[in-house]
Write a protein that binds this ligand. Structure first.
Ligand SMILES: NC(=O)c1ccc[n+]([C@@H]2O[C@H](COP(=O)([O-])OP(=O)(O)OC[C@H]3O[C@@H](n4cnc5c(N)ncnc54)[C@H](O)[C@@H]3O)[C@@H](O)[C@H]2O)c1
Length: 369
């Protein structure tokens, strides 16, 4: 039996997944806002801590679902209290914070789980399974877009600023890269466990949103992997348009493109001037590539937040705390993906020049995927 405490409203997204794990009990919730406490009550929580320390003290593991700039210090306090921790994305807002988290997590006897939920989109899990089976051949290119106009969450109607204005819209570069980089690196590493990020380069299109939001509306990041593959990632949190999150991966014998019907395996080799839609299949047609246990979990997660992925992060954290699984997405992945995002600011400051990846990341213990 293990008890999980929750810091911050976003941590409530883990409830369904945590409740799916026999032996997990939901412990105390701490969020200073009354609206968040009311939401927790609606979701069946009964125990409310009066402070962060009280929530940590009464738990075996703690979900940190607070604003980004609080993650590092809170995660470190949880680890130093000898509890397991689940961190929301991104792991931290500076390289210095990343180094401190890595040091605390390495010396802690407890586990660090990084809740990068986009890895657990059903489509992304199916693509990962196909990559593991070698169905795309060697991977050469990956792309992802995260376009989400959340200006309204950064500046309130009365003009006051929230944490997002200061941390997501003011720190230059791709300040929210893990949703895209997480699935892409998971696929490339499924094909080649030793692959690394070599360099990060970033360009932006200027800040047009006004209201004191000083980061570029749109950034494009080029990530060079060892051996040559290229990742291209767009982040746009400011342009007035509907939300879009897309993924693609290209291999030598096939590809996945979420903007198309899904998977193309080259069965109609060379579609030039032919029917451009020939050979595409919905990615769900390949569900049987996923191991049966995981397939059953995908079915159970159906309907949960973010295409079921929130259920997975709660479940995997609960299983890690009970010792049933290693952290599937752990310290190494959290640091690799977060650090790459932070390096985009350094590249922008250098006029878009590629900057080398921080090597220390590659000494960290890998997650258990
Ligand atoms: N993985 C995803 O799909 C996803 C989706 C949304 C948000 N997020 C992440 O979740 C985090 C929170 O984002 P949000 O949209 O919920 O923000 P929000 O501003 O809506 O809510 C933040 C909550 O944290 C609470 N809080 C502030 N300080 C606290 C403290 N010291 N201890 C406990 N609670 C505290 C606030 O009272 C508030 O209720 C961010 O890191 C964001 O990047 C991830």
């Amino acid at each position: 039996m293990a008890r999980i405490g929750i810091l911050g409203r976003r941590g409530l997204s883990r409830l369904a997944g945590l409740r799916s794990v026999p032996g997990i009990e939901i412990g105390a919730f701490y969020d200073p806002e009354t609206a968040a406490q009311d939401e927790a009550r609606r979701q069946g929580l009964e125990t409310f801590a009066r402070s962060e320390a009280e929530a940590i003290e009464s738990s075996d593991g703690v979900v940190v679902g607070t604003p980004m700039h609080l993650h590092a210090d809170q995660v470190i306090r949880v680890l130093q209290a000898g509890r397991h921790v689940d961190s929301e994305v991104t792991a931290a807002v500076s390289l210095e914070e990343c180094l401190r988290i890595a040091e605390a997590a390495r010396s802690a006897p407890t586990g660090y789980f990084f809740a990068e939920n986009y890895v657990y989109f059903p489509e992304n899990l199916i693509v990962e399974a196909l990559v593991r089976q070698g169905r795309f051949g060697s991977l050469t290119y990956g792309g992802a877009d995260y376009v989400h106009d959340v200006r309204g969450l950064a500046v309130r109607a009365d003009g006051t600023r929230t944490w997002r204005a200061d941390w997501q819209y003011a720190a230059l570069g791709n300040t929210y890269i893990t949703h895209e980089l997480g699935p892409l690196m998971t696929w490339f590493r499924a094909a080649d466990p030793d692959i690394r990020i070599e360099s990060v380069a970033c360009q932006g299109n200027g800040a047009h949103a006004g209201a004191g939001l000083t980061d570029h509306d749109s950034t494009t990041t080029l990530i060079r992997l060892t051996g040559g593959p290229l990742l291209v990632i767009r982040l746009d949190l400011s342009s007035p348009r509907p939300h879009r999150a897309t993924f693609e991966v290209q291999g030598r014998t096939g590809c996945y493109d979420s903007r198309e019907p899904g998977i193309w395996m080259g069965e109609d080799i060379y579609a030039y001037h032919a029917d451009f839609h020939r050979g595409w299949h919905p990615v769900r047609d390949h569900l049987d590539a996923v191991p049966s246990g995981l397939r059953a979990e995908i079915a159970e997660a159906e309907g949960a937040g973010h295409h079921g992925s929130d259920w997975f992060t709660g479940r995997r954290f609960g299983q890690m705390v009970l010792g049933e699984r290693p952290a599937e997405i752990g310290l190494f992945e959290a640091m690799e993906w977060t650090v790459a995002g932070l390096l985009t600011a350094r590249s922008l400051a250098a006029g878009g020049a590629p900057v080398s990846m921080e090597d220390w990341v590659y000494d960290l213990p890998r997650g258990g995927r």
